[in-house]
Design a protein around this ligand. Structure first.
Ligand code: IVH
Length: 682
């Protein structure tokens, strides 16, 4: 092959690979399969190995370079990287808008009733960087640092696949500095922390720390394994050969055309009502987004107006950050209580000085288990970081070591159950400590009874935790079948129980007798048999008699029942006292209609389809929905692309929903999904 043609091939290959990278990482819309991509990439490597003199810094093969020596170099920013003033409520936002209105009016840039248009976009919770392109090639990437001087992290930023090493198109200015946020999305964060745990390494407190830690690696091979993302939202120095468009939005649009990722949730809004509506809308979407945001940034869209407004000593007057309620706050750890669960597992719970996190007062937070406490080194008396994201139960992230008082003590698990004093044992190979008291332990009994009456089980309304506590303490109820023998006199004899409410409870108990086989199985509280497994067991075995005698081999034929769950089920039905309770329940009159057959699974609308789940579902967890889909022959993917057949969107669906709508992917509500999947409810 003549030299000329190798160069051509190489340049074509580089362009092709970068175009696929752009489609995959920026547009989120892959154009070829992974094996096809790998083949192109291998071809590139082969040619470059044979002709090392042809390797250029913008080649896709050059993303992961060598370790840097002597620490990070300092970079003085040609244009300082400022930060933003904050608004914590709508009044502060209104004053910001008012100040800008007055200045623009007195400069005669704005008519009397004219509203200011703002570019509104999510405030990404990551770290700001400046990317410098010269002749369209990425030559330097630097962190913000103190705003004037940052650190050179070019070697690491090159590994971020959505950041182009070379800009697309040809009409870019000679020098172009692009600014934006490097961040790690939630899924990548969870994965990194899992792998840190597997290696017994330190876990990161939040995605921002993980992103910052990953960018500050001396060895880019480590950064390359940490999936980082980037959205651009500004610029620094730009050479004069490009005349900047009139609006921020048009600049961002142009940067997108040149191959830089921009946030699809950005929107142009007008005046105070527009600012507030965008806030409300984004706050509702927050938990469903696949990355963390800590607020919104509003920027006056007209660049001439921005210039007129100028800067205070610290911030631009043309932009503001409207902060969301904090998801992480500090408070005191007053004590560690032990809760005993339905199956005897002991869970340490942090008792906290009450504090408001993301708008909710929190005074307890789970500590999961002893391993977790030791790993996080949390001690009573510490100032701890508490985090609450969305519907997730508040969690203690760690202690602020610099504020630790003297004489704190390491936490130890009790040797005896705090409720029934039975021995506590540690499960082999597991972090779980369990009370051995079984149904002798009042705590376990109460939890089992609470589970039995719960909404998705027998659904006995009015029988709350407090009443169960009273019934157990008064020795009236030991096992679930005892509920059905209760009398009006017994219930109304309890403290603070009026006859009318007692009668309501009795009626609800009566009503619950008419149920479904699936609910009954779920209500029994067999370890690891959740609602979906219960439904599948009901569907598979059809009758209680068949389920009772099922052996492990036939149990594992049921979708998503593995050996462990199978042995829990078999063990449960081998215990005489469990069979006695079941007999008692049936004798009390509990009954259900015969289980109908499901259509064969290959007939399902989901067979062979690729589905994505987003938002919070009401009737089931996302995991359960995933199990159902998989049992119907569907593949469940993590992100929406042109290949997605269905997006199943629960409440507060965010960017995935927007994306699906843009791509014209069919969107199903939870109810539509349940209907189409043919899941029997109840
Ligand atoms: S604009 C002149 N837009 O927030 C200021 N900043 O508090 C230009 N940030 O240092 C910044 N998302 O790290 C802007 N969409 C966004 C942002 C954003 C996150 C960060 C950025 C900045 C800090 C300011």
């Amino acid at each position: 092959m003549p030299e000329q043609s190798i160069e051509q091939t190489l340049s074509q290959l580089k362009q092709q690979i970068e175009a696929h990278n752009y489609a995959y990482y920026v547009l989120d819309n892959p154009t070829i399969s992974d094996p096809q991509y790998d083949a192109l990439y291998r071809q590139l490597i082969e040619i470059e190995q044979a002709h090392p003199e042809l390797v250029t810094p913008d080649s896709p093969s050059q993303r992961v370079g060598d370790q840097i020596r002597g620490g990070f170099k300092e970079v003085r920013h040609q244009v300082p990287m400022l930060s933003l003033d904050n608004a914590f409520d709508n009044d502060e936002l209104a004053s910001f808008n008012q100040r800008a209105l007055e200045r623009l009016k007195s400069a005669e840039l704005l008519a009397d009733n004219q509203l200011i248009e703002y570019a509104a976009e999510p405030k990404m919770d990551g770290l700001a960087i400046n990317l410098r392109y010269e002749q369209g090639v990425l030559v330097q990437a630097a962190t913000r640092g103190d705003g004037l001087v940052g650190e050179d992290v070019t070697h690491n930023v090159r590994t971020i696949r959505c950041i182009p090493l070379k800009l697309r198109g040809t009409d870019w200015p000679e020098v172009l500095e692009v600014r934006g946020e490097v961040f790690m999305n939630k899924a990548a964060f969870a994965k990194i922390n899992q792998s840190q745990l597997d290696k017994a390494d330190k876990v990161f407190a939040n995605p921002r720390n993980a992103a910052a830690g990953s960018l500050r690696q001396l060895d880019p091979k480590i950064t390359a394994q940490r999936p980082l993302s980037f959205f651009c939202y500004g610029w620094g120095a730009i050479s004069d050969d490009w005349s900047i468009p009139e609006s921020y939005t048009s600049v961002i649009h142009q940067l997108h055309e040149w191959g830089l990722p921009t946030n699809p949730l950005a929107k142009l809004v007008a005046g105070q009502p527009g600012l507030v509506a965008y806030y409300d809308d984004l706050l509702a979407q927050r938990d469903g987004l696949d990355y963390e945001i800590d607020g919104i940034v509003y920027k006056v869209d007209q660049i001439a107006w921005q210039q007129q407004l100028g800067f205070t000593s610290k911030f631009p007057r043309w932009a503001i950050a409207r902060k969301f309620p904090a998801q992480e706050v500090w408070t005191k750890l007053l004590g560690i209580d032990i809760q005993v669960g339905r199956t005897g597992a002991l869970t340490p719970v942090a008792r906290l000085e009450p504090v408001s996190v993301a708008g909710v007062t929190v005074s307890n937070a789970t500590l999961h288990n002893l391993d977790e406490i030791q790993r996080k080194d949390v001690r009573v008396g510490d100032t701890v970081i508490v985090r609450r994201a969305g519907d997730v139960i508040p969690e203690v992230v760690g202690s602020v070591l610099s504020l630790r008082p003297d004489n704190t003590e390491l936490f130890v698990m009790p040797k005896a159950c705090p409720v029934c004093a039975s021995d506590v044992v540690r499960e082999l190979d597991k972090a779980v400590y369990r009370c051995t008291g079984g149904l002798f332990c009042a705590a376990q009994r109460k939890r089992a009874l609470e589970h039995f009456v719960s909404r998705k089980a027998m659904d006995i309304q009015g029988l709350g935790d407090k009443l169960i506590n009273q019934l157990v303490e008064a020795d009236l109820v030991h096992h679930p079948d005892d509920f059905y023998g209760l009398t009006l006199a017994q219930i109304s004899g309890l403290e603070r129980m009026a006859e009318k409410s007692a009668q309501n409870v009795l009626d609800a108990i009566q009503d619950s007798k008419q149920t479904s086989f699936a609910r009954f199985i779920y209500a029994l509280g067999i370890p690891e048999v959740g609602e979906v497994t219960a439904k599948q067991l009901a569907q598979h075995f059809k009758t209680l008699d068949a389920l009772k005698v099922a052996d492990v081999e036939s149990l594992i034929e049921v979708p998503d029942v593995g050996e462990i769950v199978a042995s829990h089920i078999r063990d449960f039905f081998q215990q005489t006292h469990n069979l006695e309770v079941i007999d008692g329940l049936l004798a009390a009159g509990i009954n259900w209609p015969e289980v109908a057959s499901n259509p064969p699974q290959t007939d399902s609308a989901f067979n062979g389809k690729t589905c994505v789940l987003t938002g919070s579902l009401e009737q089931m967890t996302r995991d359960e929905a995933k199990q159902i889909l998989e049992s119907l022959g569907a593949k469940v993917a993590g992100s929406v692309s042109a290949k997605t057949d269905y997006l199943i969107a629960g409440e507060k669906a965010g960017s995935k929903l927007t994306k699906a709508e843009q791509l014209g992917v069919a969107v199903l509500t939870e109810a539509e999904f349940i209907e189409l999947a043919g899941v029997q409810n109840g």
